[in-house]
Ligand binder design. Structure first.
Ligand code: PEP
Length: 249
């Protein structure tokens, strides 16, 4: 039986300030519906503040990246253990902005997912194709290759991740994949998980990300293999984030 609980995660990216974050979190906490699981992924310097603000609430905390290494001479990097200690439950790995702007390979993303799991965090592993790749009919091959690297690294622990399908052409562009386009890719990803781990793949949550807004969230989340969303721009406005969370319940 499928018991996937919808998850809505805000990715604040490099936005915010102590004052703005406090205001945003207070507004979300005041209005967030109880039924969906919610999380916000804040920039590193604000995680401790956010952990304090969220303490005792049902809103979980996440980070936007972690190191593949446990500890050592890696200037500027932040380990999964540090994130867990500060109160994170989730960490995004392999966001397309990191793949594109920081040259993160499929292999590195897979190692980051492993580091996260090793320290009790749930990695939210992002996969997605560019517009050019979609236009060349390569969507399935690209996301399949990205997911295969993580399956290869994690083996049977693959069931502990959250997967996020984020078409690069839909991120921050206002252009959303149609519910059918998104469902098609989610079904492919679920089939790949099933081939790797059998029927337990039905329990893995696959989020959709890419210009999710209050007015398109409900139809996206209604698709059989879409289990919530990874929300960028709209997660910075409490009213929008809460409306999206409501659409998930
Ligand atoms: C994201 O950055 O993960 C994202 C989905 O952004 P947006 O919602 O702004 O497209």
């Amino acid at each position: 039986m499928t018991t996937r609980r919808t998850l809505v995660v805000g990715n604040w990216k490099m936005h915010g300030s102590r004052a703005r974050n406090a205001e945003l979190l207070a507004a979300i906490l005041a209005a967030a519906p109880g039924a969906a699981e919610l999380a916000v992924c804040a920039p590193f310097p604000y995680l401790a503040d956010a952990a304090a603000a969220l303490s005792g609430s049902a809103l979980a905390l996440g980070a936007q990246d972690c190191s593949a290494h446990a500890e050592g001479a890696y200037t500027g990097e932040v380990s999964a253990a540090m994130l867990a200690e500060i109160g994170c439950r989730y960490v995004i790995v392999g966001h397309s902005e990191r793949r594109a702007q920081h040259g993160e390979s499929d292999g590195l993303v897979a190692q980051k997912a492993q580091a996260a799991l090793a320290h009790g965090l749930t990695p939210i592993v992002c996969v997605g194709e560019t517009l050019l790749q979609r236009e060349h009919g390569q969507t399935g091959a690209v996301v399949g290759r990205q997911l295969a690297a993580v399956i290869g690294q994690l083996g049977e622990r693959i069931g502990a991740i959250v997967l996020a399908y984020e078409p690069v052409w839909a991120i921050g562009t206002g252009r959303t994949a149609s519910p059918q386009q998104a469902q098609e890719v989610h079904a492919l990803l679920r089939a790949q998980l099933q081939a790797a781990m059998g029927t337990a793949a039905a329990q893995v949550r696959i989020l959709y990300g890419g210009s999710v807004k209050p007015d398109n969230a409900a139809t996206l989340f209604a698709q059989p293999d879409i289990d919530g969303g990874l929300i960028g721009g709209a997660s910075l406005k409490a009213a929008d984030f809460v409306a999206i969370a409501r659409a998930a319940t």
